[in-house]
Design a binder for this molecule. Sequence first.
Ligand code: NAD
Length: 357
Amino acid sequence: MDGSFTYNSLPVRVVFGRGTLSTVGEEAERLGAKRALVLTTPQQEAEGRRLGAQLGNLFAGVHAHATMHTPTDVTEAAMAELERAGADLVVSLGGGSSIGLGKALALRSGVNQLCIPTTYAGSEMTPILGETKDGLKTTLRSRDVLPETVIYDVDLTFSLPPAFSAASGLNAMAHAVETLYAQDRNPIVSLMAEEGIRALAQALPAITADPADAEARSNALYGAWLCGTCLGSVGMALHHKLCHTLGGSFDLPHAQTHAIVLPHAVAYNAAAAPEAMAAIRRALGADDAALGLFDLLGRLGLPRALAQIGMPQDGVERAADIAVEKPYWNPRPIEPDAIRDLLARAYAGERPGQRRL
Ligand code: NAD
């Protein structure tokens, strides 16, 4: 353990379990809400309406227009709806896209947020908001966007397709991995990070084999909660910088991009972060952290090449240039040639860690 450290705990109320959605009215009232606007994506509108019925008198309507990367024009339209509805609470139902929209509204209006996550992305536990304007994504950290209450209902995750569950779980693991070597890491978040990786590493193969496995679904959501808490508590490093660059520049799918890049980012940092690697090895039950993650992708049937998810071939050079421009702090210094090599390997789906020469 490091001799001294700083730990910021985040004041989020969490209700976890199966069937916990039934507490939504009670939880909304606990926040003093009078009118609650449900936010979700077009794909989850029907679930949003069912949730509305559970809110009873508090229900002020569904706004089902959330989309990836929180574009500001989508937020402006939702702000108008929030005002029209006279809502004092947003209930964000869905993955990071729905929750991102709720955070953007909270930032602009001070409205309270009750989140009901249905993926493993972890945004509900962070004071972080990424917003996109004119194709440029910027990220801010503020207590103003931290949700007040989170209801995790395992039952809502059964419908998440196994392939997306696996990718989303790897997205969560990435938060924990970077926590273990963050500049401001501390023993408390490291405990959560190792446990989060362990829970997801055990749960995801079981979900791939049987998406209706309740115990695995429960463990995955528990792991995602821990990993989200990690992301909310400490700084991000190379992996998140690369994924933000790739997502922003080439509009690649968020969760799948995280899954593909993670083993390569870990290999890049391995020699500079031996304690983190030991924790990842323990959590995965693998001999090598980067290869353990790469093998996990294979076992889960996930794509391992950025080329498979829409990255253009000439994107490697462009992404490498952008990624080294304003790097986040990272345990190993950012070396442009090695970053280009890392991205070339991830583009082609090669095993992590060796030079291509
Ligand atoms: P998403 O929210 O875009 O969801 C992907 C699709 O799956 C959507 O169509 C959604 O409606 C659907 N879906 C969600 N849950 C489902 C379920 N249980 N059953 C069936 N369909 C379901 O994807 P995501 O990966 O959760 O979120 C990505 C976004 O979140 C990105 O914009 C990313 O930047 C952001 N994010 C932010 C943070 C943060 O801390 N600020 C953290 C992680 C991700």
